[in-house]
Design a protein around this ligand. Structure first.
Ligand code: AMP
Length: 371
């Protein structure tokens, strides 16, 4: 099949790397002809809202999907009229708006923290009065990796927070005092078959995912079951086809849903080397209407993101068991350049491998010392 992917970033690249062995070919719509996915398929170069580019992109496709959730809903609607496209615009619409997302979680019986919609600075003061502090002010739309967010520790921070987010429509949400962050990733096929992967435990630095381990260690079974149940309820309610990710905070009272992504997700990159079928392969299978593959674990898995600067490649490749995934991007502060996966026979070995990798990452990030 010829599969079209809106967006040619690393997620598109890894979708193609998973689908090519099945005989599929890939085409990407991206404004950058040298995007990371250009190494693994054709690129139709154009803006995401350019109807002429969309028509060229859609011509001759057998199936289509997208690799980021900020693609205009109108683009996905137009694409769906031309070619079978998954996920659908319902999943996209919910994930694009943090207020709609929280309301959706609530409608599924999934717990969320107190929140209020904010459109003006006067709204913000009122929301702060009702929700209290500490809290986080986040833009309703177009936010990712901690961008468009500001922490409000007291009412004195309100004016600065409003300026920091650029005075756009926002969500004001209570700060959650969590013990750790986890994400549940699942895939749903067109026939309704749903598979979940092992729960991932995530560590962020500066709002960007730093590392993930799976299965999430030291969590009571009922928390893992709660995440699985929440995911199954949400994915069915959306009628979602493809991979869906939900991020949760773990608190003493159980899980609090933070956000969802209607696409393959950074916290499940470990599945490439740590699961029988990766999130990328199963997403392609779902989009192409093929049977899903087993999501069983291959071992104790982990992933470290390579952000901003690239450690020495030979050093990375010398770590026993390390699997390097380089997205072919030029370094820039805060930019995800690649990740390294490990999959070990047990947690002790996995954690030792991760420690070495994290040291290499820290060394690459350290400023060069004056001699
Ligand atoms: P997000 O873009 O919503 O995923 O936020 C990025 C990261 O900021 C999260 O993974 C958390 O580590 C932190 N964060 C976001 N919202 C909250 C919150 N309401 N309470 C505590 N930490 C938060």
């Amino acid at each position: 099949m010829l599969v079209g992917v809106v967006g040619g970033g690393q997620l598109g690249r890894m979708l193609a790397l998973a689908g090519i062995p099945h005989g599929h070919r890939f085409r990407f719509l991206d404004p950058d002809p040298a995007c990371p996915a250009s190494a693994v398929g054709d690129v139709v170069c154009g803006a995401y809202d350019d109807p002429a580019a969309l028509e060229r992109f859609a011509s001759g496709l057998d199936a289509a999907t997208f690799e980021f959730e900020n693609v205009p809903a109108a683009t996905i609607d137009a694409l769906s009229a031309l070619v079978p496209t998954a996920p659908g615009s319902r999943s996209l619409g919910v994930a694009q708006d943090r207020i709609a997302e929280k309301q959706f979680f609530r409608s599924c019986g999934i717990r969320v923290q107190a929140f209020e919609a904010v459109s003006t600075e006067a709204d913000l003061a009122a929301a702060c009065g009702r929700v209290g502090t500490p809290a986080v002010l986040k833009s309703r739309r177009m936010g990712y990796d901690g961008k468009g967010q500001s922490v409000v520790r007291s009412v004195r921070d309100l004016a600065d927070a409003w300026r920091a987010v650029g005075g756009v429509p926002c969500i004001y949400e209570a700060f959650v005092d969590f013990s750790c962050e986890v994400s549940m990733i699942a895939v749903r096929a067109r026939d309704g078959d749903v598979r979940t992967w092992a729960l991932s435990m995530n560590e962020h630095r500066g709002g960007i995912l730093h590392r993930t381990v799976a299965p999430a260690p030291r969590l009571p079974a009922h928390v893992v079951e709660e995440a699985d149940r929440a995911m199954r309820t949400a994915i069915e309610a959306l009628g979602h086809v493809g991979v869906l990710a939900i991020e949760f905070f773990v608190t003493p009272d159980g899980l609090v849903a933070n956000e969802m992504a209607p696409r393959v997700h950074n916290s499940a990159h470990w599945t490439i080397d740590g699961a029988v079928t990766s999130q990328f392969e199963n997403h392609v299978r779902a989009v192409c209407d093929e049977p899903l593959g087993s999501t069983d674990l291959r071992g104790a898995s982990g992933m470290v993101n390579l952000v901003g600067s690239m450690p020495d490649r030979a050093d990375l490749l010398s770590v026993p068991g390390a699997r390097l995934h380089d997205y072919g991007k030029s370094p820039r502060p805060g930019r995800k350049l690649g990740h390294v996966n490990v999959c070990a026979p047990d947690e002790r070995v996995r954690d030792a491998q991760l420690r070495v990798l994290e040291e290499l990452v820290a060394r690459a990030a350290a400023p060069v010392r004056a001699r």
